[in-house]
Design a protein around this ligand. Structure first.
Ligand SMILES: [Mg+2]
Length: 290
């Protein structure tokens, strides 16, 4: 059966292991500061079978070390190579597509450090900037907007890309703070130019970066997340099988009104059901443990 025939609102579970597993983090692997039920044994089982696991985040204000530290603290030790955020995708995208470009990142330190380590040239001189990178930057100020404006509008040289399209970053208790979309909006607003490239979810650029890093085809991997319009949309656009797990944003009733083209192959109430029933059986797992 073709993967795409399986779009389902029901509880069908995967009947095989995939070569690569791509996971959203918040609402999928952990919620706030706790691992979700079954997440630890699920990841351990996938690794035990020699399959690759990659965790994804749109947040460019954290370095990979921050994720390593958090996952390790929660009991899921993970090397940097298994984590991809928009610091990684922005850097990889530039190395693959514009290795000789001079860029101006409107960003916090982790992106600047990664670009510098990758040998990407950075400049604050508008007449020599080829690409302005709008990011989630809590140090954003008028001077940075002026440099972007001069590079794009006055010199008609630079174009705009963004690390991620998120409007705001949610905080516990229903608050939040402006994310990269606010910076994109400011630059688009004054230059009249639209942002050309997004390297965060749901852009397929993010999955393409991962496929290249893993050396795996989209069809041999599976994407799991808690949001239809980010992880699941991105996977479907890239031809990667996808799974929504109902432990975060998406609720079972949300799926009832969705057209079939928005639905993932699998819908799971807990993340360890990604592991095929045969392996559950041989491992002696039940839903009451893990
Ligand atoms: Mg999530």
């Amino acid at each position: 059966m073709k993967e795409t025939e399986g779009a389902s609102r029901g509880s069908r579970v995967p009947d095989k292991l995939y070569e690569g597993y791509v996971f959203d983090l918040d609402g999928t692997i952990y919620l706030g500061d706790e691992l979700l039920p079954g997440a630890k044994r699920m990841v351990e089982k996938i690794r035990e079978h020699g399959k690759r696991v990659v965790f994804l985040s749109n947040n460019p204000t954290k370095g990979l070390k921050d994720y390593v530290e958090k996952l390790t603290r929660l009991g899921l030790p993970t090397p940097e190579d298994d984590i991809v955020n928009t610091v990684v995708t922005a850097t990889e995208y530039l190395l693959q597509n514009h290795p000789d470009a001079t860029v101006y990142p409107i960003s916090e330190e982790p992106l600047k450090v990664a670009l510098s380590e990758a040998g990407i040239r950075m400049s604050e001189e508008p007449s020599e900037i080829d690409i302005v990178i709008a990011s989630y930057d809590r140090g954003f100020e008028y001077k940075k907007l002026q440099i972007a404006f001069d590079a794009i509008w006055f010199h008609k040289r630079a174009w705009l890309m963004m690390t991620n399209p998120d409007r705001y970053c949610p905080f516990p208790g229903g608050r939040g703070e402006p994310d990269a979309a606010a910076i994109v909006g400011a630059i688009e607003g004054c230059t009249g130019e639209r942002c050309r490239v997004n390297v965060g979810k749901p852009s397929p650029v993010m999955l393409e970066t991962i496929e290249k890093m893993l050396g795996l085809d989209a069809k041999d991997c599976v994407m799991t997340g808690d949001r239809l319009y980010t992880e699941i949309r991105m996977a479907k656009d890239a031809g990667m099988p996808s799974v929504v797990v109902l432990t975060g944003e998406t609720k079972a009733e949300d799926l009832e009104s969705e057209p079939p083209e928005n639905l993932p192959e699998f819908v799971l109430d807990r993340i360890d059901k990604l592991i095929p029933p045969g392996i559950w059986k041989e491992s002696g797992w039940t839903e009451n443990d893990g």
